[in-house]
Design a protein around this ligand. Structure first.
Ligand SMILES: [Zn+2]
Ligand SMILES: [Zn+2]
Ligand SMILES: [Zn+2]
Length: 253
């Protein structure tokens, strides 16, 4: 399995429009963060988790030329705004794009993309094959996926576990029951927004605690705000098996 970090930034991305802070002005490519998303290549299958506003740019950058499924974590715009661009895969692959999400997320997608779900469709609109998922294992193109339900303030969000890899974004808290699903995970990607407290995201300190409790061999932090600091400075604050993700990072497992 190869996991590629398509985007490691929070909802506004980094740099932030109009911001002159040191992080937004940084010349380090690792401080340029598109909105949070990952690509997973496994057994000749190609999946993406979340299609945020930078979806097209991310797919082009990584040269992703096939996509077998799109999974959504939750309905926030920084995770859904790029779905229109699955059209390119519809044309290439001559099939509807399988989309996996819980009902609440699908309902939101139906509002945001009413034309995609219209009974009579305009020619050329994105074509989706909807799969409503619940908090139970499901199979995508022969690959088992386990949802991990977390809370983003009060909003339920799905993290996903595929084999020894788990991806959790936009989490503030998790129940003990759901936490057990991380047992034995080798690589964990989890959100860490900034160093100061936030109502709906883990802080750096909370994410480190979480990672240590989860005990993955390697953890990467994602969904960073410009307030977190520069990659170069923050990585010095981390224990050995925890690192900051960056756009384009590839993880083999
Ligand atoms: Zn987000
Ligand atoms: Zn800034
Ligand atoms: Zn969110």
């Amino acid at each position: 399995m190869i996991v590629t970090i398509l985007g490691s930034g929070t909802s506004q991305g980094v740099p932030v429009i109009g911001c002159n802070c040191a992080v937004c002005k940084s010349l380090d490519f690792r401080d340029k963060r598109l909105r949070a998303s990952v690509h997973i290549a496994i057994d000749n299958r190609s999946f993406i988790i979340d299609s945020g506003p930078d979806f097209r740019q991310q797919v082009l950058r990584e040269g992703i030329s096939s996509l077998d499924a799109l999974l959504f974590t939750h309905e926030h715009k920084d995770h859904t705004a790029g779905m229109d661009d699955i059209r390119s895969f519809n044309f290439l692959q001559e099939r509807d794009m399988p989309v996996y999400a819980r009902k609440q997320v699908l309902d939101q997608l139906k509002q945001e993309y009413a034309y995609v779900f219209a009974a009579s469709k305009y020619p050329g609109v994105p074509r989706v094959e909807v799969h409503e998922i619940k908090n139970e294992d499901f199979i995508v193109e022969g690959i088992k996926v386990t949802p991990i339900e977390v809370l983003h303030y009060k909003l339920p969000v799905f993290g996903y576990r595929i084999g020894d890899f788990a991806y959790i974004t936009d989490m503030k808290s998790i129940s003990d029951e759901e936490f057990k699903k991380l047992n034995g995970v080798k690589v964990l990607v989890v959100n860490a927004l900034q160093q100061t407290p936030h109502i709906s995201h883990l802080t750096l300190e909370e994410a480190i605690d979480f990672a240590q409790k989860a005990g993955a061999e390697q953890t990467y932090l994602t969904h960073l705000s410009h307030k977190m600091g520069k990659q170069r400075d923050v990585e010095k604050m981390l224990p050995e098996n925890i690192a900051i993700a960056f756009d384009g990072l590839k993880i083999a497992l």
